[in-house]
Design a protein around this ligand. Structure first.
Ligand code: 5GP
Ligand code: MN
Length: 339
């Protein structure tokens, strides 16, 4: 993988570009993709953003989102764009398998793949150019660095600023996680100077839910949450029937895992959701418990030190039992937690 700075001199020649990200994109995945999109279109590039799957409706305010293709619903159009692309930017994921059904098409594409990502252990051999940095708070911070590095920061307009702010804000837990460096705050300060109106971004992301999501949340916290105080651990396991009963859509479950993590003494929080085709898990930790390693070892997953996820084909009961077994295996680390 060559360093990404090498493409800076090429930016001024209009090209066919695809930008893609991980399945079920979150604020950082969609924010970085559309931040880069709104930047690149100013050079006259033909840019197509493709999401491997659908996304949460609370992202629908993002400038440019109406042009994003959902690979599962617009496969033919997306395949054409991938086949024609000279550059394929891959944002906010480390392995091509995170693009689900797009993986094969991306692997066989003739265009150059370019990685911008902050997850551990990227598949560097799959990319011509790229930047992988696990010390970065978010992929949005890395897209910002890319723009600054290119010397084209006059192209940071309101759409670019809003998208990048959304991703850095969500991936840092509203500027609270350890990777929120002084540089991140300087970036936000710069985005503000470029016209960012941050209030509406927060409102669009956090104050925009439907009633059913809160009824669902009440049910989950009352009936689906189990605490293992001896292990400083909390687990939420959600059967598919709950998702159906409360009409839960993509994105409605985002952030749920943070509720048990805010209980006093809890060091590890896990949520396992039966999505029908698979059991999707999310893990969050406080302090020194490495959920990236935990997710890789037990749940076919990965992520970051304090936030990771995985997926399994086994039933919800089986994955729950696997979690309890894994928790017990890590008793020493989980029980001896010092605040
Ligand atoms: P979330 O729990 O919000 O889905 O994901 C937390 C973090 O773990 C994100 O950075 C996400 O990219 C990563 N992650 C989630 N699920 C998986 C997975 O199945 N495999 C890998 N490698 N990373 C994941
Ligand atoms: Mn991210």
């Amino acid at each position: 993988m060559l360093i990404i700075n090498q493409i800076f001199p090429l930016l001024s020649q209009p090209r066919k570009v695809v930008i893609t990200t991980h399945q079920k994109p979150d604020g950082d995945a969609m924010g970085s993709s559309l931040g880069l999109y709104n930047f690149l279109i100013q050079f006259g590039h033909t840019v197509t953003v493709i999401s491997p799957t659908n996304w949460a409706s609370f992202l629908n305010w993002m400038p440019g989102i109406k042009n994003v293709l959902d690979y599962e619903r617009q496969t033919e159009e997306a395949d054409k764009a991938i086949a024609a692309a000279e550059w394929i930017f891959c944002l906010d994921f480390n392995t091509l398998s995170r693009t689900k059904r797009m993986e094969e098409k991306l692997c066989n594409a003739t265009g150059q793949r370019i990685l911008i990502d902050h997850h551990q252990e990227p598949q560097v051999d799959k990319f011509t150019y790229g930047e992988s940095d696990t010390t970065k708070s978010s992929t949005c911070e890395m897209v910002y660095d890319f723009i600054i590095g290119s010397g084209e920061d006059d192209k940071i307009n309101e759409p670019v600023a809003e998208c990048l702010y959304a991703g850095v804000m969500t991936d840092t837990g509203s500027f609270r996680f350890p990777l929120t460096s002084a540089k991140v705050h300087r970036m936000v300060s710069h985005l503000k100077e470029k016209g960012l109106n941050h209030g509406p971004v927060h409102e669009a992301l956090y104050d925009n839910f439907l009633e059913n999501r809160f009824r669902f949340l009440g049910n989950v916290l009352l009936n689906r949450m189990e605490l293992f105080y001896e292990y400083n651990t909390a687990l939420i396991a959600i059967p598919q029937a709950d998702l159906i009963k409360y009409n839960i859509k993509t994105g409605d479950t985002e952030g749920l895992v943070n509720y048990p993590l805010s209980i006093q003494g809890i060091k590890l929080a896990a949520i396992i959701i039966d999505r029908g085709e698979e059991r999707k898990s999310s893990f969050r930790s406080k302090g020194g418990f490495d959920v990236n390693t935990f997710a890789r070892k037990y749940f076919n997953g990965g992520g970051h030190f304090n936030a990771a996820g995985g997926q399994n084909k086994e039933s919800l009961d089986e994955v729950t039992a696997m979690f309890i077994k894994a928790m017990k295996e890590n008793k020493d680390q989980l029980s001896n937690y010092q605040f």
